[in-house]
Design a protein around this ligand. Sequence first.
Ligand code: F6P
Length: 319
Amino acid sequence: MTFAILCSGGDAAGMNPAIKKFVDYSYKLGIKAYLIYEGLEGLIDNKIKEASHKDVAGILHLGGTVLRSSRSKRFFDPLFREQAYNNLKSHDITGLIVLGGDGSFRAMEVFSSEFDINFVGIPSTIDNDIYGTEYCLGVDTALNVIRDSLDKIRDTASSFNRAFIVEVMGRDCGYLGVVSAIVSGAEICVIPEIDLEQEKLEKRLKKEIQNGRRYVLAIVSEGTKKTTEIYQWIQEKLELETRVTILGHIQRGGNPTVYDRMMAFEFTINAVEYLRNHTDSNKVVVFNKGTYSFMDIEEVTSHKYELPQHYIDAINYLD
Ligand code: F6P
């Protein structure tokens, strides 16, 4: 048996521990392990090499991915997909693990419908927006980076009479936004999934300001594209001098937390075991209620992830 691993799309903390576990565990089982560099671009360009333990030594604690990643445009072209398939065949790769997010899984869905590949996807994206799984690799680390930044912003916010707006990532999903708002005790949370009840909020905050509230913290998810609008609204309606921080790619960095290292460990072992016991997998390992299982790639990509209702309710309590 010969298995390979690649990272595709936005990097996520936890990819390196997963890569290391993949190599160590495969060799333990007597499976040949290959590394594919630069994601689907590297698969097209045959940047594929047999792994040695040395390739993955000392990487477990590092953020990002030592395999590097890409958002491949060429993979949309069937001719390049054929080239990618031929590269897999030329190395006799019989099982493939893909660490990636929504876009990467869509690409894999097309790829696996055209060619007989045996692959398992491991949900890896800070956005936590993949249908069928409660958790994606990298989310806990990103949330801790955001939490740390918010704690620091609160220090300076509490020293002034000001409002602070912090824009977080997440693409079209408000998961990072809502969890960050809950754990930082933000007064305002704006996410794509729900409409902000501005009038109600304005009334409540004005009253609180009259009663002595000195500062306001607002979390805005990038997917709402409302950072400027909220900035103007706070300045005008709440009459607070306002500062904006866009956390940006800082959220993708940092050493994987203990939770992400453990999730990388479990996701990877499950993926390798599945590939070992199947010849035509085309699955994604999903994690729900403490249990790992496997979902067809078509099912994952044909549904939209929805925020758990109790998170939406948590925002409503904020309003
Ligand atoms: O999907 C992960 C993510 O970090 C999103 O939250 C963000 O919108 C996007 O990637 C940024 O992509 P890029 O790194 O290509 O600018």
